[in-house]
Write a protein that binds this ligand. Structure first.
Ligand code: 5AD
Length: 449
């Protein structure tokens, strides 16, 4: 039985796509290898959002080609995902050891291609075509691959993006927005819940734009809110999350859903990118700082305990010290629980890559460092407020850092580590927070209920 190792770079969508490929290979009789060392097939599922992500995957493939190919000439090497989509055949031209390049609309074909290459039916395969309906092909799961039942699962509801932010490569690598049907998504979610899944995260590049062009509003509710309601109706499902939304998608219908749908957790990751209106306009984000802060205020009115996180880019072309200070002050005003801060990275064929006044690397690094420090201070203040409080957690499994302890998440998406055991897996329970680490809460087992 041949074995496959898939290494995934980048976002949760990529994790999900890798799972789809893995499940199809497993269905063909392949084993999932725990590491690349012994695998017959090694696939790198790539990310293009910043140059560093591309360099990492490219460097990894160079190493694999150099080290593995010498000792095991039959090993199959492949690129999948965003970098495969944007670079295509060029990847094989530059790295002739690569056998397979599979784009973002062809994940469901990867297993067949791997099989054909292993069986000598094909030599090299590059498939980066568009495919109608490909958004509905990410639907199989590998649950409990480690012998334990899965508690949480990702469900891909759409592909692509029509926003065309000037810094972003995603519309070019993932294509235009294409949504699955509500019935299809609900059917997948039901199957997951029947297998013991308690929490589902709906995934898409901009989930709040879900089926915007396919379905009409219903009683003022957007198709995305209609989908949330349909998933909410599934018995046995405890929690619903989603990522990522766009701020412009937070209409009153979605804000109101947080108060009305108890399974929709008090957590939102809302990328703001900048606190400067001048930058937001150049980025083509479609909202102002004031509008963004207004959305957060509304959400907090409906759910005072909501945990809000964000993405921020520092050093976008033309960003002055004043613009940057606006971002710092927005972070202070929005009281984010956490922020993922990125240094602007020019991307192929995007408008911002050729904008004037590119910010020097040293300035980007300095701003990144300053904002990170500020966010860490704010975050630790927020986390410290949890000491002594009771929170509800869903137990996911052993803690990543210390497998002797168990780990779960609060509804507002904070990790809680406690002394528990396997019997707690999948349980929703109350713990009292006794201690706080860096973006982690610790619960006291003595007070477990
Ligand atoms: N440079 C830096 N960060 C970027 N992101 C997207 N494109 C770029 C880029 N060119 C960030 C945004 C987005 C997150 C997933 O990655 O903050 O929300």
């Amino acid at each position: 039985m041949p074995s496959v190792f898939i290494k995934t770079y980048g976002c949760q969508m990529n994790e999900r796509d890798s799972e789809q490929v893995a499940s199809q290979l497993v269905a063909k009789g392949y084993a999932l290898a725990p590491s690349e060392a012994m695998a017959d097939v090694i696939l790198l599922n790539t990310c293009s959002v910043r140059d560093a992500a591309e360099q990492k995957a490219y460097g990894k493939m160079q190493t694999l080609a150099k080290e593995l190919r010498r000792t095991r000439p039959d090993v199959v090497l492949g690129f999948m995902g965003c970098m495969a989509q944007s670079r295509g055949k060029e990847l094989i031209d530059r790295l002739p050891d690569v056998d397979l390049v599979v784009g973002t609309q062809k994940f469901h074909r990867a297993a067949d291609y791997v099989d054909d290459i292993l069986n000598g039916k094909r030599n090299k395969v590059v498939d980066v075509e568009e495919e109608t309906g490909s958004q509905a092909t990410i639907r199989e799961h590998v649950l409990g691959g480690n012998g334990h039942r899965a508690v949480t699962a990702f469900v891909s509801i759409m592909q692509g993006c029509n926003q065309y932010c000037t810094f972003c490569i995603v519309p070019y690598t993932r294509g235009t927005e294409r949504s699955r049907t509500i019935a299809d998504i609900v059917c997948e979610c039901r199957e997951l819940v029947a297998q013991g899944v308690k929490e589902i995260t709906l995934l898409g590049q901009i989930v709040t734009s879900y089926a915007k062009r396919d379905l009409p509003l219903q009683n003022g509710k957007s198709p995305f809110v209609q989908l949330l309601e349909a998933v909410h109706n599934i018995d046995g499902l405890e929690r619903i999350r989603f990522t990522s939304p766009h701020p412009k998608g937070y209409g009153d219908d979605l804000v109101e859903a947080y108060g009305r749908l108890p399974k929709l957790v008090e957590s939102a990751h809302i990328p703001v990118q900048s606190g400067s209106n001048r930058m937001l306009k150049l980025m083509h984000r479609g909202y102002t700082r004031e509008r963004f802060l207004g959305i957060i205020e509304k959400l907090r009115k409906v759910q005072p305990g909501i945990g809000i996180t964000t993405d921020i880019i520092v050093g976008f072309p033309g960003e002055t010290e004043e613009d940057f200070e606006q971002t710092v002050s927005l972070v202070r005003e929005a009281e984010f629980e956490n922020a993922f801060i990125f240094k602007y990275s020019p991307r192929k064929d995007t408008p911002a890559a050729t904008m004037p006044d590119q910010v020097p690397q040293l300035v980007k690094e300095e701003r990144n460092h300053r904002l990170l420090q500020f966010m860490n201070e704010l975050g630790s203040r927020k986390y410290n407020q949890f000491i002594g409080r009771h929170v509800q957690i869903l137990v996911e499994g052993p803690s990543k850092r210390n497998a002797a302890r168990m780990s779960g998440r609060t509804r507002c998406n904070k990790i809680v580590v406690f002394d528990g055991s396997e019997r707690h897996r999948g349980q929703v329970m109350d713990v009292k927070i006794t201690r706080v680490g860096s973006f982690t809460l610790y619960g006291d087992p003595a007070i477990l209920e």
